[in-house]
Write a protein that binds this ligand. Structure first.
Ligand code: MRU
Length: 349
């Protein structure tokens, strides 16, 4: 739903316009792919990884590979991959998935342009298929982890719009609902770009999941009122010690959940885990245009001359996280050894 491959280019639903308008856009070269990722036309850690992977294939096509030598191909693949991978810094999925396509393409460079293109597309399709399967596995493990918790609070959008499948945290919500194990979801609106109020609310309404939107500032009151039995959120990068970057406001939810004795879960595919980043302090947090804080779309409410700080993400320390639900199973503290063990397993596989 978030990204498809139409045979020649990735096609995205422009998430900036949802839920009012459903507009599809083809990303036919590197510049269009980078712009779509930067402006959040496509967003969510797994979805930008998939869009970047397909976008690299489209970018190679647009660059015209015919009759290029191995060295020329290698230089072109490297340059395009670097540019696309740098479109947004925090979600490791983008660099990870574009890196996979880059490696596949480079390995084929001596066999000529057609082989490069085929290898790149095969890898991008595999990344997409793997994410779809990851979502299903996360839904399964997450449903077990949250068993008995019927009132869930979530943040940002982690569903079908953000991934190649049913989602991460939201896939768990869908699984609980399908099993008749859910009373209600509270969706934080996720200022400033309203991924919760616009996108999660839209997904939940379409799926018939009982839900209400709350302003981010209402989360503490909702917990105090007994409306929340578990919090589950997605992730953009999980460091080797379990510290987790996610949409701004997540850290505050984790602190509130701890104060109220409510479990706080993170759900993410293994492609969001970054064993190369030691801890949260080493995660680069994207800072975005202050204009996003001053207003929304054409409406501006802050006065001329106002300043703003607009980090897109924050880091939740591992100590506040009850468990991390991944497609490879659920991790609990201490996260370091579990992450290292799974990472070794991936290398051994
Ligand atoms: O800025 P966004 O909308 O791309 O941020 C998205 C999030 O923070 C999500 O929670 C995260 O990427 C997980 S999506 C399955």
């Amino acid at each position: 739903m978030s990204v498809t491959w139409d045979g020649g280019a990735p096609v995205i639903v422009d998430q900036r316009l949802l839920p009012g308008e459903v507009v599809h856009r083809r990303l036919t070269d590197a510049a269009e792919t980078i712009e779509a990722i930067r402006t959040l036309a496509v967003r969510g850690a797994p979805a930008i990884g998939i869009a970047g992977a397909y976008g690299l294939v489209a970018a190679l096509d647009a660059a015209g590979l015919a009759s290029s030598s191995g060295d020329t191909l290698r230089a072109l693949v490297g340059d395009l991959a670097d540019r696309i991978a740098a479109a947004r810094p925090t979600a490791v999925n983008l660099a990870h998935d574009v890196g996979r396509v880059r490696e596949a393409a480079l390995a084929a460079a001596d066999r000529g342009p057609a082989a490069v293109r085929e290898a790149a597309l095969t890898e991008a399709l595999a990344i997409h298929a793997a994410d779809r399967a990851s979502c299903a596995a996360i839904a399964h493990h997450g449903r077990m982890a949250l068993a008995g918790r019927r009132r869930i609070l979530t943040h940002c959008n982690t569903g079908r719009l953000a991934t190649g499948g049913d989602g991460t945290a939201l896939a768990v919500v869908y699984a609980l609902h399908a099993a008749g194990e859910l009373d209600e979801v509270l969706a934080c609106e996720a200022r400033p770009l309203l991924q919760g109020g616009r996108l999660t609310a839209w997904e939940l309404v379409m799926a018939g999941v009982p839900s209400r939107v709350i302003v981010d500032g209402a989360a503490g009151a909702a917990m105090a009122a007994g409306l929340v039995e578990a919090v589950i959120v997605g992730a953009d990068r999980i460091a080797a010690n379990g510290d987790t970057a996610n949409k701004i406001g997540t850290y505050a939810l984790a602190v509130l959940a701890r104060h109220h004795g409510i479990p706080f879960w993170v759900a993410a595919p293994w492609s969001t885990v970054d064993p190369a980043t030691p801890d949260g302090a080493a995660i680069v947090v994207e800072e975005r245009d202050p204009a996003e804080v001053f207003g929304y779309r054409d409406v501006r409410w802050s006065p001329a001359g106002a300043g703003a700080w607009n980090p897109a993400f924050d880091v939740t320390p591992a100590e506040l996280i009850t468990g991390i639900v991944t497609d490879r199973g659920t991790l609990v503290a201490p996260y370091g050894p579990g992450i290292a063990r799974h990472a070794r397993g991936a290398e051994d596989a």
